[in-house]
Write a protein that binds this ligand. Sequence first.
Ligand code: 5GP
Length: 180
Amino acid sequence: MSLREDIARVVIGERDLGQRIRELGQQIAADYAGESPVLIGVLKGAVLFLVDLMREIDLPVELDFIAISSYGGATQSSGVVRITKDLDSSVEGRHLIVVEDIVDTGLTLRYLVENLASRHPASLRVCALLNKRKVRKADLRLDYVGFEIPDEFVVGYGLDYAEQYRNLPFIGVLRRETDS
Ligand code: 5GP
């Protein structure tokens, strides 16, 4: 059975992902010239984006990971967030770039940004692959955005539905069970 059979529509194809991520990497390299920022990957969804992005940043970057779980339902953010895996190292005095897969309500990211800011980094920016165009519950500044997408549930390229579809190399929308 092919994973792709479950996809109704490709939203962002492999070539467009690669091209935009190259641009983001070059922009970050230019913005942080002379610095050694720490890329903070938000597990698990941002993993594919992070590994592709870091290859395009021609700077001495470091890597760390944080994992969070939302108390909300699977497809609805509650904004009540818990850290399930914290960073390995202190980030005090470092330039941080939070690498996130997708921003929907922004509540998860707002919690994360507030939490990381309290650790006294030298600077803190956010790089999100996808940003949903909708009215935001949380007031949030995104410094780098890959793509603006409509408000629909997407999977692939790190993003899951019930832990599946993360390994699709593109972003797509799932077929509904009622679709034939
Ligand atoms: P927020 O707190 O911004 O509403 O939600 C952010 C988190 O919800 C993301 O990091 C992601 O885990 C999940 N999420 C939001 N929208 C989608 C989506 O369209 N597809 C998938 N797979 N996860 C999503």
